[in-house]
Design a protein around this ligand. Structure first.
Ligand code: GLA
Length: 334
């Protein structure tokens, strides 16, 4: 395993993590994003979406492989109350707040240092940035092990009570060609999803997945039920739901498998939920490839979305001085 600084362009630094099996992850300091994730299959396949140069990530794009904060996913009506004060956030998804606001953590240049075999990215988000209270100091560690695991460890501490829910928005296509994800075979170890309204806002109810198109407890092709005309699948134009994970120690919360490349990805996390998103808003954006509708999928581990407005959900409040900790591993077999 090694971590190397491999260059800087447009004010963005690039690092390469490599292991003994010739797996290579390149990480950039803009948005703490995964730039490339190459597996030694055939001539080598890059299984994450994105652009050919770091600078291109600065334009508008759907959060390609970025760390999302201070609060990922949607916050209803772009606001929440904490300690008797109402905080107003930026509404960037209709009336709602999505993925940290106008300039979330995905649009910040992070500091970088190598700590042994780990790349540590750090960011200070000032008090009231994007409307969130408290100065939040965040670190995200990337590590690539010789067991072909890409490990992400998130830590944060705030000097005031705040809300915090971090994830990575990696877009995967395990075929490596970014044609379609519909033939990928997926499992998700979850009995429930958070029910959403037409604006994809979870408001407290859960939907049991048994016997519904949302059920991935047994291996299933993404495409099998994706066109079922349920209210939620129609509103989301595909899967874009938060799975409430069954507690499972040492077994993955989700897996995805490509018959084309033979690559299997297993996801492990400390978090209670995972947003499974099938790239329903991808509309032909041009990067390393042309990313069309449902050409990539995301498995965004996280705490409950909109929890700051739903008392029944596990809290995303981070108390002053307390440590936020979350860890997710993406393991690859090929
Ligand atoms: C998340 C959301 C989707 C969409 C994408 C970004 O995964 O759940 O609805 O907003 O981010 O395009």
């Amino acid at each position: 395993m090694s971590v190397k600084f491999i260059g800087e362009s447009d004010g963005i630094k690039k690092f390469a993590l490599e292991n003994k099996n010739f797996v290579k992850a390149e990480i950039i300091t803009y948005g703490a994003r995964i730039f490339r994730l190459v597996l030694p299959v055939g001539d080598g396949i890059d299984i994450v979406a994105g652009f050919n140069t770091p600078g291109e990530f600065k334009g508008d794009n759907p959060y390609f492989n970025a760390v999302i904060g201070r609060c990922c996913n949607r916050i209803a009506k772009a606001g929440f109350a904490l300690g008797g004060i109402t905080y107003n956030l930026y509404a960037n998804d209709g009336e709602n707040h999505l993925h940290g606001g106008k300039e979330g953590f995905d649009r910040k240049i992070w500091d970088a240092q190598t700590v042994g075999n780990t790349l540590r990215l750090s960011l200070t988000s000032p008090d009231m940035q994007e409307g969130y209270p408290g100065t939040l100091k965040v670190t995200v560690d990337y590590e690539l092990t010789d067991d072909n695991e890409l490990k992400l460890t998130y830590r944060a501490v705030s000097d005031k009570d705040t809300v915090c829910n971090l994830t990575n928005h990696a877009y995967f296509n395990l075929d490596g060609d970014f044609e379609s994800v519909l033939n990928h075979i997926v499992t998700i170890n979850a009995d429930f999803i958070t029910t959403v309204d037409d604006e994809l806002i979870p408001y407290g109810d859960l939907t049991k997945v048994d016997g519904t198109p949302y059920d991935f407890k047994q291996p299933k092709k993404i495409g099998k039920d994706i066109s079922a005309e349920t209210k939620m699948l129609t509103a989301a134009k595909g899967y874009d739901f938060n799975y409430v994970l069954n507690k499972a120690k040492d077994t993955p919360c989700a897996t995805a498998y490509s018959q084309k490349s033979g690559v299997k990805m297993s996801v492990f996390t400390t978090e209670p939920c995972m947003q499974f998103y099938t790239g329903n808003f991808l509309d032909g954006i041009v990067g390393k490839k042309v990313y069309g509708y449902q050409s990539a999928f995301c498995m965004e581990t996280q705490n409950f979305p909109n929890a700051c407005n739903v008392p029944g959900f596990k809290s995303t409040i981070l108390k002053k001085g307390e440590q936020y900790f979350s860890a997710t591993t993406y393991k690859f077999d090929f």
